[in-house]
Design a binder for this molecule. Structure first.
Ligand code: NDP
Length: 435
C-alpha cells in the first residue's frame, strides 16, 4: 500500500499471487533470503510519455501512454498494448506482473511487460487511429526491439492498430524486424495468432475436463465479451462440440439458447471486426436471441463460463450466482476477470477453475512462435502452429497438476499456475545474483 498508493488492480494481482506463492517461498529459504518476491513485485522500469495527435476536425489532442517493462529474467519483454479510456498505471502494472508468470508458464523464453494508452478508439475514424498509432510509435520505437521488448495487441489493439504501429516503426528505424507480434500474414504475422487466445482457452478447459474423464461435447457455455478472445473461444467451442449461448459488450449481453453456431459467428465477426458495431444488433438479426441491456451474462444457466471481456467483470454476487446455477468450470479468457472474493468462492466450491494466466496463455504463446518464425525467416502452416498451441496448453495444464494436485486427486489451478510460473523466473533471478 505504502509503496504503490492507490494502485488497486496491481494490489489485487499481487495479493492473489502472494497468497499461493508465499507458503512455497517459506518452504524454500533460498527464495526468501534473496528477497525474490519483493524484487518480482517491482517493475524493471516504466516509461511514461505524451502522445499528441490531430483529429479529423484539425483539433490537437493529447493522451498519456505507458510501457511497463516488468521482468526480463527469462527473455526479452513481451506483452500487449491496451487502448482504452480507463487505462491507468495500476491496470498496466497488474497486467505486466501477470504477464511475467504467464509467459514463464508457456515454456518459451519471454519476459513480462504491458503497455498502452488512455486513448479511446471507439468512434474514431481509421485515419484518426492511424495518426494516434504513428505518434505513439514515434516515442515507443526507442524502447522496443526484437531482443529487447516485443509488444502485441490487447483490448482496443487488433490487426489494424498493430499494422499502423509496425509501419511507423519500420519507417523510423529503417529496419524490418519482428518488433511487434500480431502482424498481418503478408508482413511477418503468424497463422493462428488471431485465434490463439480463444482457441487456447477452450483447449485448456478441454484438458481440465479430460483430467476428470469428461469432455466439452454437448456442454452449454456462457461467454462474455465480443472481441478477439470471445469470438475465437466460441469458434473453438463449436469445433469441440460445445454450445456457446451468450456474448456481451460494455452495454449488455445477448442470450441465444439455440447456440452461436459457425454461421452466426461469421456474422458477429463481420459486425465486430469490419463494421465495429454493438452486440445488441445480434438480437435484431437472429430471432432466437434476446438482448439484455445493461446486464452481464452470469445469471444464465450453463455448464461452463468463459469470461472474455475485462478485469473484475465477475463480482462476488456473480460468482455466487454461477455456483448456485451449477456451473462446473470457469476458464478465464480475459485477464483477472474475477474479483479476489469470487476467485476464493470458485476455489472453495471445488469446481474446475482455470485462472487467466494459465487459461489465456495461448495468445502470447503463439506470439512467441511468431517471433521464432520471424527470426528463422520462415512461416509455419496453420496445422503446425495449431498443433504447437495445443501442445503448449496441454503442457501448462500438466505443470498445474504437478505443482498443485490435492490429496483427493483434484487440482488447485490457481496455486499450480502461480507456483509453476514463479519457479522459472525466480531461479533465473537467483542465478543472476543481486541484479
Ligand atoms: P477486444 O478489444 O477485442 O474486445 C474486448 C471486449 O471486452 C469487447 O467486447 C468490449 O466491449 C469488452 N470490454 C472491454 N472493456 C470492458 C469494460 N470495461 N466493461 C465491459 N466490457 C468491456 O479485446 P480482447 O478480446 O483482445 O481482450 C479481452 C480480454 O482478454 C482482456 O482482458 C485482455 O487483456 C485479455 N487477453 C487478450 C489477449 C489477446 O491475444 N488479444 C491475450 C490474453 C488476454 P466494448 O466494445 O463495449 O468495449
Amino acid at each position: 500500500e505504502r509503496r504503490n498508493p492507490g494502485e488497486t488492480e496491481f494490489h489485487q494481482a499481487v495479493h492473489e499471487v502472494v497468497e499461493s506463492v508465499m507458503p512455497f517461498v517459506l518452504d524454500h529459504q533460498k527464495y526468501k533470503q534473496a528477497q525474490i518476491l519483493e524484487r518480482m513485485t517491482e517493475p524493471d522500469r516504466i516509461i511514461i510519455f505524451r502522445v499528441t495527435w490531430q483529429d479529423d476536425s484539425g483539433q490537437i489532442r493529447a493522451n498519456r501512454a505507458w510501457r511497463v517493462q516488468f521482468n526480463n529474467s527469462i527473455g526479452p519483454y513481451k506483452g500487449g498494448l491496451r487502448f482504452h479510456p480507463e487505462v491507468t498505471l495500476s491496470v498496466l502494472k497488474f497486467l505486466g506482473f501477470e504477464q511475467t508468470f504467464k509467459n514463464s508458464l508457456t515454456g518459451l523464453p519471454m519476459g513480462g511487460a504491458k503497455g498502452g494508452a488512455n486513448f479511446n478508439p471507439k468512434g474514431k475514424t481509421d485515419n484518426e487511429v492511424m495518426r494516434f498509432c504513428h505518434s505513439m510509435m514515434t516515442e515507443l520505437h526507442r524502447h522496443i526491439g526484437e531482443d529487447t521488448d516485443v509488444p502485441a495487441g490487447d483490448i482496443g489493439v487488433g490487426g489494424r492498430e498493430i499494422s499502423y504501429l509496425f509501419g511507423q516503426y519500420k519507417r523510423l528505424a529503417n529496419r524490418y524486424a519482428g518488433i511487434l507480434t500480431g502482424k498481418g500474414l503478408s508482413f511477418g504475422g503468424s497463422k493462428v495468432r488471431t485465434e490463439a487466445t480463444g482457441y487456447g482457452c477452450a483447449y485448456f478447459c478441454e484438458n481440465m475436463l479430460k483430467h476428470q474423464h469428461d469432455s466439452l461435447e454437448g456442454k452449454s457455455c456462457i461467454v462474455s465479451g465480443s472481441g478477439n478472445v470471445a469470438i475465437y473461444t466460441v469458434e473453438k467451442l463449436n469445433h469441440l462440440g460445445a454450445r456457446a449461448v451468450t456474448l456481451s459488450d460494455s452495454d449488455g449481453f445477448v442470450h441465444d439458447p439455440d447456440g452461436i453456431d459457425a454461421e452466426k459467428l461469421a456474422w458477429v465477426k463481420e459486425l465486430k471486426e469490419v463494421r465495429r458495431g454493438r452486440i445488441s444488433e445480434y438480437a435484431e438479426e437472429f430471432s432466437t436471441a434476446k438482448y439484455h441491456a445493461g446486464a452481464k451474462p452470469w445469471g444464465v444457466e450453463a455448464d461452463i463460463a468463459f469470461p472474455c471481456a475485462t478485469q473484475n467483470e465477475i463480482e462476488l454476487e456473480d460468482a455466487q450466482s454461477l455456483l448456485k446455477n451449477g456451473v462446473r468450470a470457469v476458464a478465464e479468457g480475459a485477464n483477472m476477470p474475477t474479483v479476489l472474493e469470487g476467485a476464493h468462492a470458485f476455489t472453495e466450491s471445488g469446481i474446475l477453475y482455470a485462472p487467466s494466466k494459465a487459461a489465456n496463455a495461448g495468445g502470447v504463446a503463439v506470439s512467441g512462435l511468431e517471433q521464432s518464425q520471424n527470426a528463422l525467416r520462415i512461416s509455419w502452416d496453420h496445422e503446425e502452429v495449431d498443433r504447437r498451441l495445443r501442445g503448449i496448453m496441454c503442457d501448462i495444464h500438466e505443470k498445474c497438476v504437478e505443482y498443485a494436485k490435492n490429496g483427493d486427486g483434484t487440482v488447485n489451478y490457481v496455486r499450480g499456475a502461480n507456483i509453476a510460473g514463479f519457479v522459472k523466473v525466480a531461479d533465473a533471478m537467483l542465478a543472476y545474483g543481486a541484479v
